[in-house]
Write a protein that binds this ligand. Structure first.
Ligand SMILES: Nc1ncnc2c1ncn2[C@@H]1O[C@H](COP(=O)(O)OP(=O)(O)OP(=O)(O)O)[C@@H](O)[C@H]1O
Ligand SMILES: [Mg+2]
Length: 598
């Protein structure tokens, strides 16, 4: 019930068309109820009474009424579609906006397929319910009231017989709907599971094929599909059993009316016209009632979908902005970590423990350490992708949690480990955070990110489409676009995660030059697998298992001959590998060379 109120709450902004819609619905209904009365008079006075003129007039009247009814039907169905479309739009929008606000940890736990199903199929179910379910319900109720009055006024006994199967039909339909609801929830849930399997296979199809797992993945998909098929079949079975039964019940009612009514016509206590009208009414009444099963089916489906949608909408954003948050604008860009610890939701151990450091405005901090040591996690705490579990992250002396998300994030530029490009033009990808940027600014950012060269060489330059319908970019090219995107924002704080991991030496050099210029005047954090990239940093933090194990400048750390020195020597030795080795073989050989004594 609460659910229904929530769904109908979305109709509120459209109350005007909804009112017109119901006026049209009831006007159409009224006309529909008048037509049998005209019919009755036409038969009794026109046919039985032999009045040709009256018969012609009645026929014309029926045509007129039907045309009018058609007009109302058109108005009603047009408005219903529009309103349902708008409600679907609003719901989808609300869901989208809400998803944007949900913390990263929500996405860590959720399957993309399930979320997709909610935004598409579930919303369609609600839309379909609004289009298809409301009319029969109102029609059923309206016809029922009107017909009961008319029937009782003409012949109470006949009316009683005609209406007798009705309670059974309604009881049956309601019970059926109650039984169907959990079944539909299961169907929707399974649909999400299947979409997830499909989405993962499409997104990861290279991996699937590279490891020759097509068969295994097909089987996995088939299992999920079968499960969906079964769930659908179970609901369909119940549904197809109930429909003929309702047909039988309403048929029995009709037969009873014909028999008893026919008898009364024969004894002269009922006019034949009234009997014909009576029959029309019965058919009119039975139609929506028989549809009740279908309607309840639709409603059950919509309720199941609404439950899933509201479940997502009710997920509280844990990274919420405080009501008294301050907008720090402009910021100087000082970043201080005060004894920060952090654990991912559901993770057994901390990803970061007791991290303390200060990054002064305009300086470069490099983060190095083995994979999984917590470099990305540390950087993610600065724009509040995650909040620390203990300690404080401070920006210009303010706890980051006291700042508005917008003022915080709009002054932080990020080029993250998995830089994502949208299927739009290169220009739009670079201008993503600042759609108002001029072409000159875009070119300047691309030039600084050493991307201008390869962009100009593309068939349509900055207007080249990226992704599905356009060019495929290499890892290094993607990274440079991501850097250009971050630079265009002219941020006070710049976060570069693995910005140069996947480019060749020449490009790496170019990017390093570009970054040197780009980082000028910004507090920058650089994570780089290549230690040569971080040699100029003002401070280097060496991470291991989520702790800072060493810190200092490059010369200091080299002199200390600790973990950093070890990593550095290891990498230098790799770089001196003979150049004649095929490029593909190099990493493996290098790794072996790394452990072997020189
Ligand atoms: N979304 C997540 N949920 C749970 N645990 C995570 C998540 N992301 C990372 N971890 C774990 O947290 C730890 C730190 O991960 P992080 O991504 O910060 O490492 P990293 O130093 O950036 O490694 P790399 O050099 O490979 O990028 C790792 O043990 C990792 O398994
Ligand atoms: Mg990382």
């Amino acid at each position: 019930m609460k659910l229904a109120f929530r769904v109908f709450g979305y109709l509120k902004p459209y109350w005007r068309p909804v009112v017109v819609l119901y006026v049209a619905l009831f006007a159409g209904l009224g006309l529909q109820l008048v037509i049998p009365l005209v019919l009755a008079r036409a038969i009794d006075d026109g046919v039985v009474g032999g009045d040709r003129g009256f018969l012609l007039n009645a026929a014309l009247l029926i045509v007129g009424l039907t045309v009018l009814q058609g007009g109302f039907t058109f108005l009603r169905s047009y408005l219903v579609q529009t309103v349902a479309e708008r409600v679907g739009f609003d719901l989808r929008n609300a869901l989208y906006v809400h998803l944007q606000g949900l913390p990263f940890s929500f996405y860590d736990r959720s399957q993309t397929g399930q979320l997709m199903t909610r935004a598409t199929d579930d919303i369609n179910n609600i839309r379909a319910m609004l289009v298809m379910a409301m009319r029969p319900l109102v029609l059923a109720a309206g016809t029922f009231v009107a017909i009961t009055i008319i029937l009782i006024r003409t012949d109470a006994v006949l009316a009683a017989v005609a209406l007798a199967p009705l309670p059974f039909l309604i009881w049956f339909a309601v019970r059926f709907g109650v039984a169907m609801r959990p079944m539909f929830f299961q169907v929707q849930q399974q649909f999400g599971v299947m979409t997830s399997a499909l989405q993962e296979n499409v997104a990861g199809n290279r991996v699937v094929r590279a490891f020759a797992q097509e068969r295994g993945e097909s089987e996995r998909f088939e299992t999920e599909l079968e499960e969906l098929f079964e769930a659908n079949l179970r609901t369909a079975r119940r549904w197809s059993f109930s429909y003929p039964l309702t047909l039988l019940l309403s048929g029995a009612g009709l037969a009873a009316v014909l028999w008893l009514g026919g008898y009364r016509v024969l004894t002269g206590s009922l006019s034949i016209g009234t009997l014909v009208a009576f029959n029309r009414y019965m058919i009119l009444l039975n139609e929506p009632v028989r549809w009740l099963g279908f309607v309840i089916n639709r409603i059950a489906r919509a309720v199941a979908s609404a439950e899933r949608i509201f479940e997502t909408l009710d997920t509280e954003p844990t990274i919420a902005e405080r009501p008294d948050a301050v907008a720090l604008r402009p910021m100087r860009g000082e970043v201080r970590f005060a004894d920060v610890s952090f654990a991912f939701a559901g993770a057994a151990r901390d990803a970061l423990t007791g991290i303390s450091f200060v990054a002064r405005p305009g300086t470069v901090t490099a983060l190095v350490g083995p994979t999984g040591s917590g470099k990305s996690a540390l950087v993610g705490l600065i724009p509040r992708f995650y909040d620390p579990t203990a300690g404080r992250v401070e920006i210009d002396g303010h706890d980051a949690r006291e700042l508005t998300l917008d003022s915080l994030r709009s002054q932080i530029g990020t080029a993250l480990q998995e830089s994502f490009l949208f299927s739009v033009t290169v220009r739009e990808n670079i201008a993503y955070g600042r759609p108002d940027a001029t072409m000159d600014e875009i070119v300047a950012a691309a030039t600084a990110a050493q991307a201008h060269g390869f962009i100009s060489a593309m068939p349509e330059g900055y207007e080249t489409e990226v992704g599905e319908r356009g060019v495929t970019l290499s890892g290094g090219q993607k990274q440079r676009l991501a850097i250009a995107r971050a630079l265009l924002q002219d941020p006070k704080i710049l976060l570069l995660d693995d910005a140069t991991a996947s480019v060749d030496t020449e490009t790496e050099h170019a990017i390093r030059e570009a970054l040197r210029a780009a980082m000028h005047g910004r507090t920058s954090f650089v994570i780089a697998q290549r230690l040569t990239t971080v040699e100029d940093a003002d401070q280097i933090l060496v991470l291991q298992d989520g702790r800072i194990v060493e810190r200092g400048t490059h010369p200091e750390l080299i002199r200390r001959a600790g973990f950093y020195r070890e990593l550095y020597d290891l990498q230098r030795r790799d770089d001196q590998e003979p150049a004649f080795l095929p490029v593909d073989a190099k990493p493996g050989v290098a790794a072996v060379a790394g452990v072997a004594p020189p």
